[in-house]
Write a protein that binds this ligand. Structure first.
Ligand SMILES: *[C@@H]1O[C@H](CO)[C@@H](O)[C@H](O)[C@H]1NC(C)=O
Ligand SMILES: *[C@@H]1O[C@H](CO)[C@@H](O)[C@H](O)[C@H]1NC(C)=O
Length: 258
């Protein structure tokens, strides 16, 4: 650099300038005394070796904080997050007012009968022979069967045997024999339950009375196997005749006990 300037000044000195140019150069040289001096020095200078780089200078003073930048544009909307966990049930609300009365329902199906024909129990029997009084207790053997559903009345013995634990309705009736009073007992096993009586042979308002009717009815809860019959004690008679069936014995099951 220094050498270039030396060459430039040297070439200016060697060239013969015009008068105007010379005047300008003269002024220029005049004003640039320092340059001249330098040039005059440089003409004798030889370029020395470059100096060693100095140590780094001290850390500069911290600069002033810059002004806040302009807010950037709004970002793109993010993806929808996963559904959250279900919340807990809320507390029960207050009871509402009672609803309106509903319409009447359809009629129900007919109920089941307590007793079907297959397991029905009923008997009704009478007799067509007289029983004149004797000295013995006798079972009245009703020999004419009007009905015997289930076959639980035994015509040979005159005994009805209850086929199941149940409530039964049982009755009996008899007419006194000519001049003989009648007394009938309804017996379960060996126990007398009911009696029916009618006197005969008495005088009623001056007229001899020779016949009367006696009967009774019971509702009994019987155990399976209980036996029922009608008994005619000694000294009493029963009047019947063919086609005059006065005496009767009957019974039927009302409700089975399950
Ligand atoms: C009938 O009744 C008796 C006495 O209550 C009882 O011991 C018996 O088990 C009953 N029998 C049936 C078949 O229900
Ligand atoms: C009546 O007698 C029958 C048969 O003898 C028996 O099974 C039944 O338990 C007796 N009934 C009573 C109440 O004792």
């Amino acid at each position: 650099m220094m050498c270039l300037r030396v060459l430039l000044v040297a070439s200016l000195l060697l060239l013969k300038p015009t008068s105007a140019e010379a005047k300008l150069s003269k002024n220029k040289l005049k004003t640039n005394k320092y340059v001249d001096k330098t040039m005059s020095q440089c003409t004798r200078c030889v370029g020395g070796p470059s100096g060693v780089a100095g140590p780094p200078g001290p850390l500069g003073v911290q600069g002033i904080q810059g002004i806040q930048g302009v807010q950037g544009p709004q970002g793109v909307r993010g993806a929808t997050g996963a559904p959250g966990v279900a919340g807990r049930n809320g507390i029960d609300g207050e009871s509402g007012p009672p609803g309106q009365k509903g319409q009447r329902g359809l009629p129900g199906k007919p109920g089941r009968r307590h007793v079907t024909i297959a397991d029905s129990v009923a008997f009704s029997v009478t007799m067509d022979t007289d029983m004149s009084k004797t000295s013995e207790y006798r079972v009245v053997k009703f020999n004419v069967v009007l009905s015997n559903l289930g076959g639980h009345y035994d015509v040979t013995s005159g005994v009805f045997t209850a086929p199941k634990n149940a409530t039964y309705m049982v009755g009996f009736n008899g007419v006194s024999y000519d001049g003989q009073s009648t007394l009938l007992h309804l017996v379960r096993n060996s126990t007398r339950l009911l009696s029916a009586y009618d006197s005969a042979g008495c005088t009623c308002k001056g007229v001899p009375r020779d016949k009367g009717s006696a009967g009774n009815v019971a509702i009994l809860t019987l155990q399976r196997g209980d036996r029922l019959w009608v008994e005619l004690p000694d000294r009493y008679g029963l009047h019947n005749a063919p086609y005059h069936n006065y005496a009767t014995f009957y019974g039927y099951m009302l409700f089975p006990i399950t």
